[in-house]
Design a binder for this molecule. Structure first.
Ligand SMILES: N[C@@H](CCC(=O)N[C@@H](CS)C(=O)NCC(=O)O)C(=O)O
Length: 334
Protein backbone atom coordinates (compact mmCIF):
# COMPACT_ATOMS: atom_id res chain seq x y z
CA UNK A 1 0.00 0.00 0.00
CA UNK A 2 1.12 3.53 -0.61
CA UNK A 3 2.13 6.31 1.74
CA UNK A 4 4.71 9.07 2.17
CA UNK A 5 8.02 8.12 3.77
CA UNK A 6 10.31 11.09 4.51
CA UNK A 7 8.42 13.09 1.92
CA UNK A 8 8.84 10.42 -0.79
CA UNK A 9 5.87 8.58 -2.26
CA UNK A 10 6.24 4.85 -1.70
CA UNK A 11 3.92 2.17 -3.02
CA UNK A 12 5.36 -0.74 -1.02
CA UNK A 13 5.55 0.74 2.44
CA UNK A 14 2.47 -0.29 4.26
CA UNK A 15 0.24 -3.27 5.07
CA UNK A 16 -3.37 -2.53 6.01
CA UNK A 17 -3.48 -5.46 8.41
CA UNK A 18 -0.75 -6.89 10.63
CA UNK A 19 0.34 -10.54 10.99
CA UNK A 20 -2.54 -11.07 13.41
CA UNK A 21 -4.98 -10.29 10.57
CA UNK A 22 -6.41 -7.22 12.30
CA UNK A 23 -6.77 -3.80 10.62
CA UNK A 24 -4.81 -1.02 12.33
CA UNK A 25 -5.87 2.55 11.52
CA UNK A 26 -2.92 4.97 11.51
CA UNK A 27 -3.06 8.15 13.55
CA UNK A 28 -3.26 11.40 11.62
CA UNK A 29 -0.26 13.74 11.87
CA UNK A 30 -1.60 17.29 11.36
CA UNK A 31 -3.39 18.36 14.51
CA UNK A 32 -3.35 22.16 14.68
CA UNK A 33 -6.51 24.11 15.30
CA UNK A 34 -8.41 27.09 14.04
CA UNK A 35 -9.35 29.11 17.08
CA UNK A 36 -11.41 32.23 17.48
CA UNK A 37 -8.85 33.96 19.67
CA UNK A 38 -6.57 36.97 18.94
CA UNK A 39 -3.40 34.98 19.78
CA UNK A 40 -4.28 31.96 17.65
CA UNK A 41 -2.07 31.15 14.70
CA UNK A 42 -5.08 30.02 12.68
CA UNK A 43 -7.98 32.40 13.17
CA UNK A 44 -11.36 31.90 11.58
CA UNK A 45 -12.06 34.05 8.54
CA UNK A 46 -14.25 33.70 5.47
CA UNK A 47 -12.23 32.58 2.45
CA UNK A 48 -9.09 31.59 4.35
CA UNK A 49 -9.61 27.84 4.74
CA UNK A 50 -10.14 25.12 2.20
CA UNK A 51 -11.38 21.56 2.61
CA UNK A 52 -10.11 18.63 0.58
CA UNK A 53 -12.58 15.78 0.50
CA UNK A 54 -13.55 12.60 -1.24
CA UNK A 55 -17.32 12.32 -1.53
CA UNK A 56 -16.84 8.59 -0.98
CA UNK A 57 -15.10 8.90 2.37
CA UNK A 58 -17.21 8.79 5.54
CA UNK A 59 -14.64 10.80 7.51
CA UNK A 60 -14.48 13.57 4.91
CA UNK A 61 -18.26 13.43 4.56
CA UNK A 62 -18.61 14.49 8.20
CA UNK A 63 -16.94 17.82 7.39
CA UNK A 64 -19.24 18.43 4.42
CA UNK A 65 -22.33 17.78 6.53
CA UNK A 66 -21.25 20.18 9.28
CA UNK A 67 -20.24 22.81 6.69
CA UNK A 68 -23.72 22.51 5.14
CA UNK A 69 -25.67 22.54 8.42
CA UNK A 70 -23.76 25.60 9.67
CA UNK A 71 -24.08 27.42 6.35
CA UNK A 72 -20.33 27.67 5.82
CA UNK A 73 -20.39 26.99 2.07
CA UNK A 74 -19.38 30.56 1.15
CA UNK A 75 -16.78 30.83 3.90
CA UNK A 76 -14.97 27.52 3.35
CA UNK A 77 -14.25 26.31 -0.17
CA UNK A 78 -13.97 22.64 -1.17
CA UNK A 79 -12.06 20.50 -3.64
CA UNK A 80 -13.24 16.98 -4.45
CA UNK A 81 -10.81 14.20 -5.41
CA UNK A 82 -11.41 11.31 -7.80
CA UNK A 83 -13.32 8.53 -6.01
CA UNK A 84 -10.88 5.96 -7.38
CA UNK A 85 -7.65 5.85 -5.38
CA UNK A 86 -4.92 3.98 -7.22
CA UNK A 87 -1.11 3.73 -7.06
CA UNK A 88 -0.75 7.51 -6.90
CA UNK A 89 -3.19 7.98 -4.05
CA UNK A 90 -5.94 10.59 -4.15
CA UNK A 91 -5.82 12.81 -7.22
CA UNK A 92 -7.69 15.62 -8.91
CA UNK A 93 -9.52 14.65 -12.10
CA UNK A 94 -11.91 17.54 -12.82
CA UNK A 95 -13.10 15.87 -16.03
CA UNK A 96 -14.93 13.27 -13.94
CA UNK A 97 -18.49 13.85 -12.73
CA UNK A 98 -18.59 15.39 -9.26
CA UNK A 99 -14.79 15.94 -9.09
CA UNK A 100 -12.94 19.26 -9.12
CA UNK A 101 -9.54 20.79 -9.65
CA UNK A 102 -7.50 21.67 -6.61
CA UNK A 103 -8.93 25.14 -6.12
CA UNK A 104 -6.38 26.19 -3.51
CA UNK A 105 -2.97 25.13 -4.86
CA UNK A 106 -3.53 23.63 -8.31
CA UNK A 107 -1.93 20.31 -7.35
CA UNK A 108 -2.52 17.12 -9.34
CA UNK A 109 -2.15 14.74 -6.40
CA UNK A 110 -3.28 15.27 -2.83
CA UNK A 111 0.11 14.07 -1.60
CA UNK A 112 1.68 17.29 -3.00
CA UNK A 113 -0.09 19.23 -0.25
CA UNK A 114 1.23 16.92 2.41
CA UNK A 115 4.79 17.45 1.19
CA UNK A 116 4.22 21.21 0.95
CA UNK A 117 3.06 21.18 4.58
CA UNK A 118 5.92 18.93 5.71
CA UNK A 119 8.72 18.07 3.27
CA UNK A 120 9.67 15.08 5.47
CA UNK A 121 6.16 13.79 6.00
CA UNK A 122 5.91 10.10 6.86
CA UNK A 123 2.22 9.26 6.82
CA UNK A 124 -0.70 8.09 4.78
CA UNK A 125 -2.25 10.71 2.55
CA UNK A 126 -5.84 10.88 3.73
CA UNK A 127 -8.94 13.00 3.39
CA UNK A 128 -10.32 15.18 4.86
CA UNK A 129 -7.68 17.91 4.91
CA UNK A 130 -8.26 21.39 6.28
CA UNK A 131 -5.87 23.68 4.40
CA UNK A 132 -4.89 27.25 5.25
CA UNK A 133 -4.56 29.35 2.10
CA UNK A 134 -2.74 32.11 4.00
CA UNK A 135 0.22 30.10 5.34
CA UNK A 136 -0.13 27.39 2.67
CA UNK A 137 -0.15 24.49 5.03
CA UNK A 138 -2.33 21.76 6.46
CA UNK A 139 -4.02 22.82 9.67
CA UNK A 140 -5.58 19.48 10.47
CA UNK A 141 -6.42 16.14 8.83
CA UNK A 142 -8.49 14.49 11.55
CA UNK A 143 -12.22 14.63 10.82
CA UNK A 144 -13.35 14.55 14.44
CA UNK A 145 -11.29 17.64 15.22
CA UNK A 146 -12.18 19.45 12.00
CA UNK A 147 -15.92 19.11 12.64
CA UNK A 148 -15.52 20.47 16.17
CA UNK A 149 -13.65 23.49 14.77
CA UNK A 150 -16.24 24.12 12.05
CA UNK A 151 -18.92 23.94 14.70
CA UNK A 152 -17.40 26.13 17.40
CA UNK A 153 -14.96 28.59 15.79
CA UNK A 154 -16.72 29.89 12.68
CA UNK A 155 -19.93 31.35 14.09
CA UNK A 156 -19.07 34.86 12.85
CA UNK A 157 -19.07 33.68 9.26
CA UNK A 158 -21.71 30.92 9.46
CA UNK A 159 -25.06 31.75 7.88
CA UNK A 160 -27.16 29.29 9.90
CA UNK A 161 -27.81 29.58 13.60
CA UNK A 162 -27.31 25.90 14.39
CA UNK A 163 -25.48 24.51 17.41
CA UNK A 164 -24.42 20.89 17.02
CA UNK A 165 -22.13 20.94 20.06
CA UNK A 166 -24.06 22.71 22.82
CA UNK A 167 -21.92 23.91 25.75
CA UNK A 168 -23.74 21.95 28.43
CA UNK A 169 -23.73 18.70 26.44
CA UNK A 170 -20.19 18.57 25.08
CA UNK A 171 -19.07 15.75 27.32
CA UNK A 172 -22.08 13.66 26.32
CA UNK A 173 -21.50 14.34 22.63
CA UNK A 174 -17.78 13.48 22.89
CA UNK A 175 -18.64 10.29 24.72
CA UNK A 176 -21.18 9.30 22.07
CA UNK A 177 -18.68 9.96 19.29
CA UNK A 178 -16.16 7.79 21.07
CA UNK A 179 -18.71 5.08 21.79
CA UNK A 180 -19.75 4.66 18.15
CA UNK A 181 -16.24 5.02 16.69
CA UNK A 182 -14.71 1.67 17.46
CA UNK A 183 -17.61 -0.72 16.87
CA UNK A 184 -19.39 1.17 14.08
CA UNK A 185 -17.40 3.88 12.22
CA UNK A 186 -14.13 1.98 12.34
CA UNK A 187 -15.84 -1.37 12.90
CA UNK A 188 -16.95 -1.72 9.29
CA UNK A 189 -13.30 -1.25 8.23
CA UNK A 190 -12.10 -3.74 10.83
CA UNK A 191 -14.53 -6.27 9.35
CA UNK A 192 -13.70 -5.45 5.73
CA UNK A 193 -9.92 -5.33 6.04
CA UNK A 194 -9.49 -8.31 8.40
CA UNK A 195 -7.32 -11.00 6.85
CA UNK A 196 -8.11 -13.68 9.43
CA UNK A 197 -11.42 -15.09 10.63
CA UNK A 198 -10.94 -14.19 14.33
CA UNK A 199 -10.54 -10.40 13.90
CA UNK A 200 -13.38 -10.40 11.36
CA UNK A 201 -15.70 -12.21 13.78
CA UNK A 202 -14.78 -9.88 16.62
CA UNK A 203 -15.47 -6.83 14.47
CA UNK A 204 -18.82 -8.20 13.28
CA UNK A 205 -19.96 -9.10 16.81
CA UNK A 206 -19.11 -5.64 18.13
CA UNK A 207 -20.62 -3.90 15.10
CA UNK A 208 -24.01 -5.62 15.25
CA UNK A 209 -24.19 -5.47 19.05
CA UNK A 210 -23.71 -1.71 18.75
CA UNK A 211 -26.24 -1.34 15.92
CA UNK A 212 -28.81 -3.35 17.89
CA UNK A 213 -28.15 -1.19 20.93
CA UNK A 214 -28.57 2.13 19.12
CA UNK A 215 -31.63 0.83 17.28
CA UNK A 216 -33.34 0.30 20.62
CA UNK A 217 -32.18 3.65 22.04
CA UNK A 218 -33.51 5.44 18.95
CA UNK A 219 -36.94 3.88 19.47
CA UNK A 220 -37.66 6.50 22.14
CA UNK A 221 -35.62 9.53 21.16
CA UNK A 222 -35.03 11.31 17.90
CA UNK A 223 -31.26 11.75 18.14
CA UNK A 224 -28.29 10.03 19.76
CA UNK A 225 -27.90 12.64 22.48
CA UNK A 226 -31.66 12.68 23.13
CA UNK A 227 -33.74 15.52 21.81
CA UNK A 228 -31.23 17.49 19.77
CA UNK A 229 -29.20 16.97 16.64
CA UNK A 230 -25.48 16.96 17.45
CA UNK A 231 -22.09 16.15 15.96
CA UNK A 232 -22.58 12.57 17.17
CA UNK A 233 -25.48 12.12 14.72
CA UNK A 234 -23.28 13.45 11.92
CA UNK A 235 -20.65 10.85 12.79
CA UNK A 236 -23.16 8.00 12.80
CA UNK A 237 -24.91 9.25 9.67
CA UNK A 238 -21.95 9.03 7.33
CA UNK A 239 -21.40 5.37 8.19
CA UNK A 240 -25.10 4.39 8.10
CA UNK A 241 -25.73 6.02 4.74
CA UNK A 242 -22.98 3.86 3.15
CA UNK A 243 -23.90 0.70 4.99
CA UNK A 244 -26.41 -1.14 2.80
CA UNK A 245 -24.70 -0.08 -0.42
CA UNK A 246 -21.08 -0.88 0.38
CA UNK A 247 -20.33 -2.13 3.89
CA UNK A 248 -22.97 -4.88 3.83
CA UNK A 249 -21.56 -6.46 0.67
CA UNK A 250 -18.01 -5.21 0.08
CA UNK A 251 -16.94 -5.35 3.74
CA UNK A 252 -19.04 -8.46 4.51
CA UNK A 253 -21.12 -6.71 7.18
CA UNK A 254 -24.05 -8.82 6.06
CA UNK A 255 -25.77 -9.90 9.26
CA UNK A 256 -28.48 -7.33 8.65
CA UNK A 257 -29.15 -4.35 6.38
CA UNK A 258 -29.79 -0.96 8.01
CA UNK A 259 -33.06 -0.88 6.08
CA UNK A 260 -34.18 -3.90 8.12
CA UNK A 261 -33.81 -2.07 11.45
CA UNK A 262 -37.07 -0.67 12.88
CA UNK A 263 -35.52 2.57 14.15
CA UNK A 264 -32.09 3.02 12.57
CA UNK A 265 -33.57 3.07 9.08
CA UNK A 266 -36.16 5.84 9.79
CA UNK A 267 -33.45 7.68 11.81
CA UNK A 268 -31.15 7.54 8.80
CA UNK A 269 -33.90 8.90 6.53
CA UNK A 270 -34.70 11.64 9.06
CA UNK A 271 -31.08 12.79 8.98
CA UNK A 272 -30.88 12.46 5.20
CA UNK A 273 -33.96 14.69 4.87
CA UNK A 274 -32.57 17.37 7.17
CA UNK A 275 -32.12 20.39 4.88
CA UNK A 276 -28.59 20.53 3.50
CA UNK A 277 -27.64 16.90 4.08
CA UNK A 278 -28.96 15.12 0.98
CA UNK A 279 -26.79 17.34 -1.26
CA UNK A 280 -23.67 16.03 0.50
CA UNK A 281 -24.40 12.39 -0.40
CA UNK A 282 -22.95 11.08 -3.66
CA UNK A 283 -23.76 7.38 -3.98
CA UNK A 284 -21.97 7.07 -7.33
CA UNK A 285 -18.67 8.17 -5.76
CA UNK A 286 -19.29 5.94 -2.74
CA UNK A 287 -19.85 2.86 -4.90
CA UNK A 288 -17.00 3.51 -7.29
CA UNK A 289 -14.52 4.18 -4.51
CA UNK A 290 -15.12 1.16 -2.33
CA UNK A 291 -15.65 -1.48 -4.98
CA UNK A 292 -12.74 -0.39 -7.20
CA UNK A 293 -10.12 0.85 -4.73
CA UNK A 294 -9.44 -2.19 -2.56
CA UNK A 295 -8.04 -4.94 -4.82
CA UNK A 296 -7.21 -7.05 -1.76
CA UNK A 297 -10.94 -7.14 -0.94
CA UNK A 298 -12.47 -7.07 -4.45
CA UNK A 299 -9.73 -8.03 -6.95
CA UNK A 300 -11.79 -7.57 -10.11
CA UNK A 301 -13.21 -4.20 -9.14
CA UNK A 302 -16.75 -5.15 -10.11
CA UNK A 303 -19.23 -2.62 -8.72
CA UNK A 304 -22.19 -4.38 -7.09
CA UNK A 305 -25.49 -3.18 -8.59
CA UNK A 306 -27.94 -2.73 -5.70
CA UNK A 307 -29.64 -1.88 -3.53
CA UNK A 308 -32.17 0.75 -4.49
CA UNK A 309 -32.80 2.70 -1.27
CA UNK A 310 -35.49 5.32 -0.84
CA UNK A 311 -33.91 7.85 1.51
CA UNK A 312 -36.75 10.26 0.74
CA UNK A 313 -39.53 8.03 2.09
CA UNK A 314 -41.40 9.59 5.06
CA UNK A 315 -39.52 8.84 8.29
CA UNK A 316 -42.34 9.32 10.78
CA UNK A 317 -40.05 10.46 13.60
CA UNK A 318 -41.55 13.94 14.09
CA UNK A 319 -43.55 12.80 17.12
CA UNK A 320 -40.52 11.60 19.09
CA UNK A 321 -38.98 13.86 21.72
CA UNK A 322 -36.65 16.20 19.85
CA UNK A 323 -36.92 18.73 17.05
CA UNK A 324 -34.69 19.68 14.22
CA UNK A 325 -32.80 22.89 14.88
CA UNK A 326 -35.17 25.78 14.08
CA UNK A 327 -32.87 27.07 11.33
CA UNK A 328 -33.29 23.74 9.54
CA UNK A 329 -37.07 23.60 9.60
CA UNK A 330 -37.66 25.76 6.53
CA UNK A 331 -38.42 23.06 3.97
CA UNK A 332 -38.98 20.07 6.21
CA UNK A 333 -42.22 18.34 7.14
CA UNK A 334 -41.90 19.11 10.88
N1 LIG B 1 -8.84 9.39 11.18
C1 LIG B 1 -9.00 10.00 9.89
C2 LIG B 1 -9.20 8.92 8.84
C3 LIG B 1 -9.24 9.45 7.43
C4 LIG B 1 -9.14 8.32 6.40
O1 LIG B 1 -8.70 7.20 6.70
N2 LIG B 1 -9.54 8.61 5.15
C5 LIG B 1 -9.43 7.60 4.10
C6 LIG B 1 -10.57 7.69 3.13
S1 LIG B 1 -12.06 7.01 3.73
C7 LIG B 1 -8.19 7.88 3.28
O2 LIG B 1 -7.99 8.99 2.83
N3 LIG B 1 -7.39 6.85 3.06
C8 LIG B 1 -6.23 6.94 2.22
C9 LIG B 1 -5.11 6.08 2.74
O3 LIG B 1 -5.22 5.57 3.85
O4 LIG B 1 -4.14 5.97 2.00
C10 LIG B 1 -10.17 10.96 9.95
O5 LIG B 1 -11.16 10.66 10.63
O6 LIG B 1 -10.07 12.03 9.33
Amino acid sequence: MNMLVDGEWRTDAFQLSGDDGAFERQTTPFRDEVRDHPDARYQPAAGRYHLYVSLACPWAHRTLVVRALKGLQDAISVSVVDPYRGEDGWQFTPEKEGCTVDHATDATFLRELYVEADPNATCRVTVPVLWDRETETIVNNESEEIIRMLETEFDDVATQDVDLYPEGDRETVDQLIEEIYDPINNGVYRAGFATKQGPYDEAIDALFDALDHWDSVLADQRYLAGDRLTLADVCLFTTLVRFDTVYHTHFMCNVQFIREYDHLWPYLRDLYQTPGIAETVNMAHIKEHYYTTHPEVNPHGIVARGPDLDFEAPHGREALPGDRPAALLADSSD
